[in-house]
Ligand binder design. Structure first.
Ligand SMILES: [Zn+2]
Length: 337
């Protein structure tokens, strides 16, 4: 079968379409014939060796959805023909964290496509706990691409204790996580403000229901604080915007961070932190129950999961380049059939 594999870590061009052996499901595993996969910035990082895959060649891809085409020994609850979504969070399954479904704290936590062979292939083998039934109302493009971004966004909002009627600022709206954060916050009854460097993305966010948009490079924090400030900021841009994000936050408010596209280091003005009694919350990926709740918000029609573009399987490097351009609003999907 065909698989897009990294042969080295020199970037997108290191992805090569290889013929590999079809994997067989072991005990407690199912094999999924992928219909759609989804791209994430993680795929770009892994292609650059950040982090380097444990073994090369490496099949990338975290998100996907398809049809079960083989089941391993002892598998109950799934049979050939079932339509499933791949939950990319992998863990040992037996430590204290895993038993409490806090798998993100498992010492063996890993992500499909980063630490394990991923979805950029015809068939992938996953443990049954990573196979989630696809609701009929969720179309294949969404099913194959919403996962990693939505579970990450949902966990950030839940860790920050978002409540109905609160105000959320989503900094740098447009990418998968920030677009999902906006949709999931609105689904939960929050008022959402956004920032972007692109007027087109601000216009999109307002069409989707955001109440106001600001230029990410402006003093948006000053402007928002004079209007009363926000309860929660989702900021995955980092040093380029965090100062303004802290300024935009109300006293006692929270700032949730799951990434930093503008770099890893930030000069924190500590008095601003303690006088306003702000909380900085780090978050990464999500647990199986959070994945299920993120999917549910989409399935009941309360949160959209926008798909910016669908590429053909043969066009995977072009799809990655499109993702890297940052032009898109929402997720990028790849059709395998
Ligand atoms: Zn564990």
């Amino acid at each position: 079968m065909k698989a897009w594999q990294l042969t080295d870590t020199t970037g997108i061009d290191a992805y090569v379409l290889n013929d590999i052996d079809e994997p067989s499901p072991g005990p407690g595993e199912v094999r999924v014939a992928i219909k759609r996969s989804g791209l994430n910035h993680l795929d770009l990082w892994v292609a650059q060796g950040l982090p380097a895959p444990g073994k090369l060649p490496h099949t990338g891809g975290s998100d996907g959805a398809g049809v079960v085409d083989a089941v391993g020994e002892g598998v109950a609850g799934f049979e050939v023909g079932d339509e499933v979504i791949v939950d990319p969070s992998m863990s040992c399954g037996s430590c204290d964290h895993c038993r409490r479904d806090e798998i993100v704290y498992c010492p063996e936590f890993g992500i499909l496509g980063e630490h394990h062979p991923g979805t950029f292939t015809e068939k992938v083998v996953i443990p049954t706990i990573n196979a989630v039934r696809k609701p009929g109302v969720v179309d294949w493009d969404v099913a194959g691409s919403f996962g990693l971004a939505s579970v990450t966004a949902l966990r950030m909002l839940e860790k920050a204790g978002l409540k109905r009627g609160q105000t959320v600022l989503v900094v740098g709206v447009g990418g998968g996580v920030s677009a999902s954060a906006m949709q999931l916050a609105m689904a939960q009854g929050a008022e959402v403000l956004v920032t972007s460097r692109s007027q087109e993305k601000i216009d999109w966010a307002i069409t989707e229901g955001a109440t106001a948009g600001f230029d990410s490079t402006s003093e948006f924090g000053k402007e928002i604080s004079t209007q009363g400030g926000v309860d929660l900021v989702i900021d995955n841009v980092g040093p380029a915007t965090l100062k303004q994000s802290m300024r935009a936050t109300k006293a006692g408010g929270r700032i949730a961070i799951c990434g930093a596209t503008s770099g890893p280091k930030f000069d924190l003005t500590l008095p601003q932190l303690w006088f306003k009694q702000l909380e900085l919350i780090g978050s990464s990926m999500g647990n199986h129950a959070e994945f299920a709740r993120a999917l549910n918000w989409i399935a009941i029609g309360k949160a959209k999961s926008p798909v910016a573009k669908v590429f053909g399987f043969d066009e995977l490097p072009d799809a990655l380049r499109y993702l890297d351009s940052g032009e898109q609003v929402g997720n990028v999907a790849v059709a395998h059939d």
